[in-house]
Design a protein around this ligand. Structure first.
Ligand code: UD1
Ligand code: CA
Length: 422
């Protein structure tokens, strides 16, 4: 979008996280808080993005890499000072230029909400548009102070609020859209006249009001969106919201999730219709599961797995970087790693693919219609032929490929009979 830039404030230490990691690098779901915010801003159509770094800046910058322009805030003097760091970038820009400002610790503010604030700002042409929310427990957030006509006059931070202001349930969510000329003129007037002795970005509202500039607000549709993460407790609250959002999407697509509370599905997972997910199941990122599958209970599908239609994955099964073909059954207590399993395979209880030799990971292929007996260990790299059989407790050692329709048993596994009798 032309004339529209964004800045993500990510310089803070996050003292209340009680961590050596900068707050914005703490993970929620697949990625750090900052990654969620960055993705959402970009998905809303903004490509000119700055990130203000400060505390352990080199870590944050290494994470961001070339996805945005990082600018360092030398001293953490507050959110207004953070925005001030990019002032020079806008000197040459036209007076129509707008800047979206978002806190780096609000990963749940949705793409739709960011689009809405952009649209509202373009329509109203206000100096400032901000996102507010009405919440039952406003503790810790800046309170929106309005006059009798309902117009916003200022934002008061928790530490500076009097008892009446503390009772205000409308809060500042930490997402703003400003006209840049008005914004930097207002920041210049801000002083550290508050309990924390910081330059508060939120003070621009009072300064703009003093100049009779128009300011408007949009209200968050979903109050969960605005959670600002300041502590570990906030991190788990936000994670639960994110988790529920993902499950809602999956369910809309025709999947049954029997127990959302104990089911964890990463954001980019795709699951086909009429698949059932049983309780206590974890599905990591970059997983595809087809239609009509049965997954869980107590099962972990790790990153990079592709499971085709009509597959059954049961109790205590872990699958990692593997491809499972149609109608295959892995129902009990197995580990399958770096493996391609073709269609119609039966994996007996307790089968383990030993894919790691202490140095490297190796691949395994189990071809169509194979029958892997209970307690088999397949030492990778190894291939099991079409319709081949391994006996219970067999250890198929590395590179001892089993030909099609062959039956092997024992430790190490030896062929007992050519051609499987089916
Ligand atoms: C801020 C708002 C508050 C709002 C809340 C929403 C201010 C003064 N207050 O409060 O009104 O309700 O967010 O979540 O803005 N940061 C910097 N440099 C600094 C200080 C902070 O980059 O010098 C960054 C932090 O890394 C963080 C963001 O700005 O990502 C917000 O700072 P934080 O200290 O979390 O502000 P809150 O007290 O939550
Ligand atoms: Ca915060």
């Amino acid at each position: 979008m032309e004339n529209l830039s964004a800045v993500i404030l990510a310089a803070g230490e996050g003292i209340r996280m009680n961590s050596t990691l900068p707050k914005v690098l703490h993970k929620i779901g697949n990625q750090p808080l900052l990654g969620n915010v960055l993705d959402n801003v970009r998905a809303a159509g903004i490509s000119d993005i700055f990130i203000i770094t400060g505390y352990k800046a080199e870590f944050v910058e290494a994470y961001v890499a070339d996805r945005a322009r990082c600018v360092r805030q030398k001293e953490l003097l507050g959110t207004a000072d953070a925005v001030w760091q990019i002032k020079n970038e806008f000197i040459a820009k036209s007076s129509n230029a707008r800047l979206l400002v978002i806190n780096g610790d609000t990963p749940l503010i949705s793409v739709l909400t960011i689009k809405n604030i952009i649209e509202k700002s373009l329509q109203s042409n206000s100096a400032s548009t901000l996102l507010t929310a009405k919440i039952k427990n406003p503790f810790g957030y800046g309170r929106i102070v309005r006059n009798v006509s309902g117009n916003i006059v200022k934002i008061v931070e928790e530490n500076d609020a009097d008892v009446y202001q503390k009772a205000i349930e409308e809060i500042n969510a930490g997402l703003y859209l400003f006209k840049v000329g008005e914004l930097f003129a207002a920041i210049e007037k801000i002083r550290q006249d508050n309990q924390k002795k910081e330059y508060y970005l939120t003070d621009v509202i009072e300064k703009m009001r003093g100049k009779n500039l128009s300011i408007d607000t949009i209200e968050a549709q979903d109050v969960n969106e605005i959670i600002g993460i300041n502590s570990r407790k906030g991190l788990s609250e936000a994670y639960n919201v994110l988790k529920q959002r993902v499950i809602d999407e999956v369910v809309k697509g025709g999947v049954t999730v029997l127990d959302p509370q104990t089911t964890y599905i990463a954001e980019n997972v795709k699951i086909g219709k009429d698949t059932i997910i049983y309780p206590l199941t974890i599905i990591d990122s970059d997983v595809f599961i087809g239609e009509n599958c049965s997954i869980g209970p107590f099962c972990h599908v790790r990153s990079g797995c592709r499971i085709e239609n009509d597959v059954s994955v049961g109790n205590f099964v872990e699958i990692n970087r593997s491809h499972i073909g149609k109608f295959t059954r892995l129902k009990h207590q197995s580990y399958i790693g770096d493996t391609i399993i073709k269609g119609n395979v039966n994996i007996g209880a307790g089968t383990i693919v030993a894919n790691y030799d202490g140095k490297n990971k190796h691949k395994t292929l189990i071809d169509k219609g194979a029958f892997i007996g209970s307690g088999t260990i397949l030492v990778a790299p190894v291939k099991i032929g079409k319709e081949a059989v391994t006996g219970a407790g067999a250890v198929v050692t590395k590179n001892s490929d089993v030909p099609d329709k062959t039956v092997v048993v024992g430790v190490p596994a030896k062929e007992i009979k050519k051609k499987r009798v089916s």
